[in-house]
Design a protein around this ligand. Structure first.
Ligand SMILES: Cc1ncc(COP(=O)(O)O)c(C=O)c1O
Length: 474
């Protein structure tokens, strides 16, 4: 056990034994570091871990406090084990059809959307954003259709660059390319650095659209084992880089979809250094970056990039404006290749949408909205896990991400996720079954559930039904 894990475990024990009660403040990082003769970084890591477990919550400029739901969090199911490693060979892809089949079956508004990839649209200030769009479009310079061609509206790129700056990252506005959502950014990056037949590293499990993109481009996938809390296994990745010489890695370093895992900073730095050693570009999908549940943002791997190898992709789709299709990429040394590909595939991104979001960011208020959104999602996760603990049978294991809006559930051995998906649909519930996240159709007993709709009163009864279906399949 590492030092920070031992410290976190000791504090969790004090909470379990009632020594630390809800509302109690943990010792400050400086105090804990002095008393226990460990570095402040170790204490921080321990506190982050407790925060990710829902046991403590940080309050700005005040410290870490035991949460009201700590006792319930301690009673929650254990973390998934992910016992079966992915195949060590690269895989030719044939999953797209299954992904479409599952997604198309789950699109109806009548279903309880536990399998949805989207948070509830009710969480976004869409009416106010619409008014902002109306006024910014009225003032739109007719020449904007020419001036704002790729790389995109300069005032929007400046606002994005300023947000990087707040994180201590120097990403000039000229190094940013505006795209139609993050998905276009990711696809352009993939096209910029690969040719048909190349191998690309993905996490295991991974976001299904990455697998579909690889399949469409006739690329091979190399899946690398991924820890449910700390992300991709760097030792396994190093072996893959040595043996397969892949042309790119497509990863999510924070709030990974579907697991919710986040790599600690030191691991992100080690990842960037490892990839630099092999000169392998990283396509970093960071769409959930703004949805952290604690008080501080997780830096992307891009923050440690000294060689321009990291292509950082994100968007406003998950944090502000779903449906506006405004995303971006900071492609490092691949900027020109990505911008040219963007010009030849979709020319540019909708000018009204770019202007509306730029006006919104310039006006201020984005951070206020984000603070509310993060608090809501953190509360929804606590409620969701409480319901899940109550209704799911023993033997289920679940992740407890520190951001985003997904949890990954490992079902008891023998329960088939695809069969459960079909049975759940017949009860009006969608879930996302494990095999759609895997190039080799693994994770037969894994499911991804969306807690971003927990305000929907159908959630509790749906989880009760799902629990019964799981129990009956055991
Ligand atoms: C992990 C991940 N990456 C990228 C995307 C696509 O983002 P956008 O809607 O901005 O294209 C999604 C959307 O579901 C996603 O879940």
């Amino acid at each position: 056990m590492k030092r920070y894990e031992a410290l976190a475990e000791e504090i969790a024990r004090s909470i379990r034994d009632g020594l630390l009660r809800p509302g109690d403040r943990l010792p400050s990082v400086r105090e804990a570091s002095r008393h226990r003769a460990v570095s402040p970084a170790t204490v921080f890591q321990a506190y982050y871990r407790l925060e990710a477990q829902g046991l403590v919550r940080s309050r700005e400029r005040s410290g870490y406090y035991v949460t009201r739901s700590a006792a319930k969090a301690l009673a929650a199911p254990p973390e998934p084990e992910m016992r079966v490693p992915p195949p060590s060979e690269s895989t030719e892809l044939d999953v797209s059809e299954l992904v479409f089949e599952v997604l198309e079956s789950a699109m109806s508004r009548d279903l309880v959307p536990l399998g949805s990839a989207f948070p509830s649209p009710e969480l976004f200030p869409l009416a106010r954003l619409g008014r902002s769009m109306a006024s910014s479009v009225q003032q739109l310079d007719p020449w904007s259709s020419v001036d704002d061609l790729t790389p995109g509206f300069s005032r929007l790129r400046r606002q994005i660059a300023l947000r990087y700056l707040v994180d201590g990252m120097h990403v000039p506005a000229d190094d940013i390319v505006i795209t139609n959502g993050a998905l276009e950014a990711l696809n352009l990056c993939l096209a910029a650095v690969t040719r048909p037949g190349d191998a690309v590293v993905v996490e295991s499990p991974t976001f299904y659209a990455a697998l579909q993109a690889l399949e469409r481009n006739h690329l091979r996938a190399i899946e690398v084992a991924t820890h449910p809390r700390e992300g991709i296994d760097l030792a396994a990745l190093a072996e893959v880089l040595e043996r397969h010489r892949p042309k790119a890695c497509w990863l999510m370093t924070s709030f990974q979809n579907p697991l919710g895992s986040s790599m600690p900073d030191a691991k992100k730095q080690a990842l960037v250094e490892l990839l630099a050693r092999f000169e392998v570009p990283l396509i970093e999908d960071d769409v959930y970056a703004e949805l952290y549940h604690g008080t501080s943002r997780h830096l992307p791997a891009k923050a440690w990039d000294r060689h321009g190898l990291v292509m950082h992709c994100s968007s406003f789709s998950k944090c502000l404006a779903p449906g506006y299709r405004v995303g971006w990429v900071a492609p490092g040394r691949y900027r020109q290749a990505v911008a040219r590909l963007k010009l030849t595939t979709s020319l540019t991104t909708s000018a009204p949408a770019q202007h509306a979001i730029a006006a919104w960011l310039e006006k201020g208020g984005f951070d206020r909205h984000l603070r509310r959104l993060r608090r809501t999602l953190a509360d929804q996760q606590a409620t969701f896990l409480e319901l899940l603990t109550r209704h799911f049978p023993a033997g289920c294991r679940v992740t407890r991400p520190s951001g985003g809006y997904f949890v990954w559930v490992e079902l008891p051995p023998g329960v088939d996720a695809l069969e459960l998906h079909r049975r759940a649909l017949s009860h009006g519930i969608s879930i996302a079954p494990g095999p759609i996240f895997s190039a080799h159709r693994g994770f037969a007993n894994g499911i991804r559930l969306n807690y971003g709709h927990t305000a929907d009163p159908r959630t509790g009864p749906a989880l009760a039904t799902l629990g019964k279906l799981i129990a009956s399949a055991m």
